[in-house]
Design a protein around this ligand. Structure first.
Ligand code: GLC
Length: 718
């Protein structure tokens, strides 16, 4: 074997091509094969023969809520030594794991992180998660999930960053930057998965390319522009073509149009499941379609290993298709430095949680909490005479981690009971989730009750959709009983999705949406409830008034009959319910009050390609300092296609002292008004544009500008 030139430093593509040229067709098929949970014993021969290019350690096809026995650095290292030292070309194996919102230190679920509207924080969290995972032999995570969805019945909204492409896209890019300081990241699930019919996971998706481009593809583009090394194909079809066989979107849009040069990895058995979709006759046909569509790496189905060679030899798949796929896999391995440093970098340092990662987790959990109702009972006083904690989340660490946690541990969680007891000592009483008579008795006795209710993580995540957005059975009735006792009750709602909180808001003195906050739930909750940290979360998804109102989001576009709530006229309304959402996108209260707006422009005529400065005054009209999240929305009243009534353009979080004023400043390019028209090409129109500034999607003040033809001279554009 001539010395291995690809091991020498040099231009990436030279290293890739010099190695690719050495591979046999069988070895190429091996590089495209990603079985799950390889072990040095069972898989020794396959590793030594180069039939396993990568592997993922997962608890099973439904990794989101199934635990496994955890990672074994020793097993990973042994597998890697077999591949590097015993196979013909010594190509390292790429080991993947779902590190979604933390590894050993668990942060809030991504939907909770989105409520913090803080890309810098999300980047720091992903960096810590990637570093912890790398220390256990993981080189690649299947995150961030960047699916846009307005469908709270779907269990996987927990894993995403909400319904707004601008918010979700920036957080996705931040996650990619953070993870990829240590390990490879994956933007998933490409594309349209959040549109599954009825919110039922894996169900069919009816959507046109225009909506995909104007809503669902944007976050993937943000991740690709941030340098994500991989993209994962989604389980769903798009208008009849399953994504694992969707040449138009995978090869022509993602790879050709965008120039994505990373790896497209199948989702778990997604290649083989083309047979279940009913578009492939057998595994060979499935492999053929997926390769032609541009799916490079076959997770868990084995179809590529079994059929790729024959497909090329028979001419069913051009050799260049397989070469391109292998080139991408090798490129990712080189980019991750695997050829230079293939073995886990272990140290004696504790992997986590540590004091510093707990401090970060506490900051993240506090930033995720959204105050959605408060009659003045909050913030609580630390000299409160007595406090009663009740509900199923009082001391259940595992239930506070959230879905898609494989390596975090319930026993590491600082629970509400632990944190409140540390703060208040004997003044804390508690009852568990049964909301028993004892709970009523203790509520009567206590100065204030904090009811910790909502849904267990096992009701969210993959394959966990619900048909009813109400609280789990019995909780609302119990809450009402507690509230009817006439003492203040604060409801803290743990959830992996927007829930129907209509009755909770009516009954409780205050309501805090907590998602699933992770390892530092208790201290973060105490920080916010006692006012040591101001509540700063804002909803990243609309909370509908009822399940029957779904879909209900800022995706709503112009229709022929406009809803006008101020007049009894036509419009898509319900006869039996108010139509507007219970809680709008972007909503969240503080312990103070703000007055936001009206926005002021530095010019009202903006040439195509130019920019406009927008200044939004913010007055803190309350008695405490606070953080306002000033949101800037776009409405394009005349376009080539129907456009959203409000579309998030930008936001700025600013801290304003009590009684003080501040201002949010935006610089908006006319390019931000761009969209895909009927001909599926991106365009920016001249004409009227409305910018709306406010505290959420439903309350804002508008200002109008006109986009004009470019001016001839440069100073006009200044
Ligand atoms: C699952 C999920 C995907 C995950 C993969 C590996 O089915 O859909 O998000 O990354 O399989 O666990």
């Amino acid at each position: 074997m001539s010395e291995r030139p690809w091991l020498r430093e040099g231009p990436l593509e030279h290293r890739v091509e010099s190695l690719l040229a050495e591979l046999t067709l069988a070895e190429k098929a091996g590089q495209l094969n990603q079985p799950a949970n390889v072990s040095p014993g069972d898989d020794h021969d396959a590793l030594a023969a180069g039939r396993i290019g990568s592997s993922l350690y997962a608890s099973g096809a439904l990794g989101g809520n199934e635990r496994d026995e955890g990672l074994s650095i020793a097993a990973i290292e042994q597998c890697q030594r077999i591949a590097v030292e015993e196979s013909r070309l010594g190509i390292p194996v790429l080991f993947g794991r779902d590190v979604i919102h933390g590894h050993r230190t668990v942060f809030p679920i991504p939907l909770g992180l989105a409520a913090g509207w803080d890309p810098d924080l999300v980047e720091r969290l992903a960096a810590v998660a990637g570093e912890e995972a790398a220390r256990e032999g993981v080189a690649w995570t299947f995150a961030p999930m960047v699916d846009i969805s307005e469908e709270p019945r779907w269990g996987r909204v927990a894993e995403g960053f909400g319904e707004a492409p601008v918010l979700s896209g920036r957080l996705a890019a931040a996650s990619v930057r953070g993870f990829q300081r240590s390990i490879g990241a994956t933007a998933k699930h490409f594309v349209g998965y959040g549109l599954a019919a009825g919110g039922r996971d894996y169900d069919t998706v009816q959507v046109g390319e225009n909506t995909l481009r104007n809503l669902h593809l944007r976050t993937f583009r943000d991740a690709v522009d941030a340098g994500v090394l991989a993209v994962m194909a989604s389980f769903n079809d798009v208008d009849g073509t399953p994504m694992h066989a969707n040449r138009r979107l995978v090869r022509e849009v993602l790879k050709d149009e965008w120039g994505f040069d990373g790896v497209v990895v199948a989702d778990w058995s997604g290649v083989g499941q083309l047979v279940d979709h009913g578009v492939a006759a057998d595994a060979r046909d499935a492999a053929r379609q997926a390769l032609l569509a541009g799916v490079d790496l076959d997770m868990a189905s084995g179809c590529y290993l079994a059929h790729a060679e024959e497909l090329v030899v028979s001419g069913a798949v051009p050799a260049e298709i397989v070469d391109d796929a292998v080139r991408r896999v090798l490129r990712m391995k080189f980019r991750l430095g695997l050829f230079d440093d293939p073995y886990p970098r272990t140290t004696d340092e504790p992997i986590g949680p540590t004091a510093s990662t707990r401090a970060l987790a506490r900051e993240a959990a506090a930033s995720s909490l959204v105050l959605v109702g408060n009659d003045g009972v909050l913030p609580l006083r630390e000299d409160v005479a007595s406090l009663h904690l009740t509900g199923p989340f009082v001391d259940d660490g595992e239930a506070l981690l959230g879905t898609w946690v494989l390596d975090g541990r319930g026993e590491d969680v600082a629970t509400p009971l632990a944190a409140f007891t540390e703060l208040l000592g004997e003044r804390v009483s508690h009852t568990d989730g049964r909301f028993s008579d004892l709970a009523c008795h203790r509520t009567r006795e206590a100065a204030v009750t904090v009811a910790l209710l909502g849904e267990h993580p096992s009701r969210s995540g993959e394959a966990n959709s619900v048909a009813d957005l109400g609280l789990p059975a019995g909780q609302l009735e119990a809450l009402r009983q507690l509230c009817d006792l006439g003492k203040p009750v604060v409801a803290v709602v743990f959830a992996g999705r927007p829930l129907d909180l209509t009755e909770v808001l009516r009954a409780a003195s205050a309501v805090l949406v907590a998602w699933h906050p992770g390892t530092e739930t208790g201290p973060a909750l105490a920080d916010v409830l006692f006012g040591r940290r101001e509540p700063r979360g804002r909803l990243p998804m609309t909370f509908p008034r009822s399940t029957g109102h779904v879909p209900s989001s800022i995706h709503a576009r112009g229709t022929s009959r406009v809803i006008d709530f101020s007049r009894d006229v036509w419009g898509g309304r319900y006869l039996d319910a108010l139509t507007q959402p219970q809680l709008p996108f972007g909503f969240g209260l503080a312990y103070t009050t703000f007055e936001i707006g009206p926005p002021a422009l530095d010019r009202s005529q903006v040439p195509l390609g130019g920019e406009v400065g927008v200044q939004v005054p913010v007055a803190n009209t309350g008695g405490r300092p606070g953080r306002a999240v000033v949101q800037l929305y776009l409405h394009d009243p005349v376009a080539d296609v129907t456009r959203p009534k409000v579309e998030l353009l930008d936001w700025q979080a600013i801290d304003v002292d009590a009684g003080a004023t501040g201002s949010a400043r935006f610089t908006v390019s006319t390019d931000a008004f761009g969209y895909y028209g009927r001909d599926l090409s991106r365009r920016v129109d001249t004409g009227l544009i409305r910018l709306i500034a406010g505290p959420d999607a439903a309350h804002g003040q508008a200002v109008e500008l006109t986009v004009t033809e470019p001016t001839a001279t440069r100073e006009d554009d200044a």
